[in-house]
Design a protein around this ligand. Structure first.
Ligand SMILES: [Fe+2]
Length: 238
């Protein structure tokens, strides 16, 4: 069984469509942050809903659907508030927001007897934790919010927009990176395929029609400074 694992689409419908066109899979796990920053939150939620993914709550989906702060990194905070108010909340319907609000804070899934724990941030801080590979040096990282060690041996995380896979203290940790707004060394979006037949993990990068996203940001984002910052964040500048 091929499980598509992706995260942090951030309303980049062009990247999401390109990903779904190129990959074949049997099940889907989405690690949160469908909305904010990007220009097409409503269509993104529609496509996501149609996939019927196993999923967890992202801090931006949480902020949009519950009307609270996203507590994201300081350098992007103002931009995220601007896009939430001017794009996300203007486009999303009540049922879209209800769909986002229904995601659990943490996920415990099983496919073909493979047990998987899933978090947007980290096991101990599911909404807001940042689990970069260089921070995985203590097994305490893999305790739940209640303080107990995770039972699952496969741990999925997102939120950093940084793709990696590593093993530590008996856990296999996978971050598929961001399928809409990568922030690591490769400007292309990324995702992972977890194959339960032989327990292999593939990390993939892909390209998408970034000129369409660029054009949309240029025409639809009114505030010049926010427009420039969005182009940079989505890496669609020339
Ligand atoms: Fe996030």
């Amino acid at each position: 069984m091929r499980i598509l694992v992706f995260s942090d689409i951030h309303a980049n419908i062009y990247a999401l469509r390109a990903l779904l066109e190129r990959e074949r899979f049997d099940e889907v796990v989405f690690l949160g942050d469908a909305v904010d920053y990007g220009t097409r939150p409503s269509e993104t939620v529609d496509v996501l809903r149609s996939l019927k993914p196993r999923r967890v709550m992202g801090n931006h989906d949480h902020a949009a659907s519950f009307g609270v702060d996203c507590y994201c990194a300081q350098e992007n905070h103002e931009l995220s508030v601007y896009t939430r108010q001017n794009i996300t909340l203007k486009q999303l319907s009540k049922s879209d927001l209800a769909f986002l609000a229904q995601a659990p804070i943490e996920g415990h899934f099983e496919f073909d007897n493979l047990k998987i724990a899933a978090f947007h941030g980290s096991p101990s801080e599911p909404l807001y934790g940042y689990l970069y590979p260089w921070l995985i040096s203590k097994s305490e990282v893999f305790t739940s919010t209640l303080g107990a060690p995770l039972e699952e041996q496969v741990v999925l995380v997102g939120h950093t927009h940084y793709s990696f896979t590593t093993s530590f203290a008996g856990y296999r940790v996978i971050n598929p990176g961001s399928a809409g707004q990568p922030r690591d060394e490769d400007i292309r979006p990324s995702y992972a395929i977890l194959n339960t037949d032989n327990t292999t993990i593939e990390l993939h990068r892909f390209d998408y029609p970034r000129d369409l996203l660029k054009k949309e940001i240029l025409t639809e984002v009114e505030q010049p400074e926010m427009r420039a910052r969005l182009l940079k964040l989505f890496r669609v500048t020339p």
